[in-house]
Design a binder for this molecule. Sequence first.
Ligand SMILES: [Zn+2]
Length: 330
Amino acid sequence: MSVNKLVIAAMVVVLTASSIFYSQQVQAWGFWAHKRINRIAVFTLPTEMIGFFKEHIEFVTEKSVAPDMRRHAVEGEAPKHYIDIDHYCSFPHACVPKDFDEAASKYSVDTLTAYGTAPWNLKIAYKDLVYAFKSLNTNRILRECAEFGHYLADIHVPLHTTKNYNGQLTGQKGIHAFWESRIPELLGENYDYFIGKAVYIDDVEEKIWEIVYESSAAVDSVLNFEKKLSQEFESDQIKAFEERAQTVVETYSEAYSVAYNNMLDDMSHRRLRTSIINLGSFWFTAWVDAGQPELSKLTKYIETEEDLKAEEELKRQYREEKIKGREHPH
Ligand SMILES: [Zn+2]
């Protein structure tokens, strides 16, 4: 080994040892889960669609996280990922109009933006998806499908539907990433990915709100069970240090994660599966609503020089800039 290499090796050791920190970087579902949801949703599609999607499965997988990266680049992106629906009234949230204009005149656009616009944004995103299929533009179809997958998956996460989104109101800071990243990343390889076939959704708007209500109904369990468990565990057994990509991060211990997951009866797994089948069904429904265009006849997807530049810039902002809008784990 040359002297230079020795110096570099020594530096790596020092850097590793000095980079113990709390892992605060959390996303909506973790990146792992978002990619998994988009990827597996492809296999729920009917014969007329699956060939096209399989051909572009890497794109659909990788671009599932673009909306989270964009939160660091684009003002106004963040609220599309959540709705603190319990800010308005408690479950079943009958006070919140499903129609955006009605909701806006009742609460004001500023208020809706402050507490998240996920379900209303999804309705718009669905229309964009239908237009994309109608346009027969490969690029546009793939992008809209991948990003719709992100926003739809987000509303399957209970903590995306509450003002106590990171347990910050109940002394449980960190629970957001615990539920949606730590648990699926720890246990996800053993999840059951036989999901079934996509079905046509008769009322898209109704379905979006139904998912929000289901998530909201699970919020109490997500928070209360962790509270209870934290009182049963020795405090030094709750967190542990783990090595990730040359850094050491503090995270929930494996024993604590498994115990929590058991209390929740595998909820992260169940919501991930529901995200997958619902995503396949929304893609399928959009394709039908667009008049079932023949996907085998579309032009090849070509990534232009401009696309690549935009992608690089997005990645840079994600790495170097803070989230625009409220500091929020969504
Ligand atoms: Zn998100």
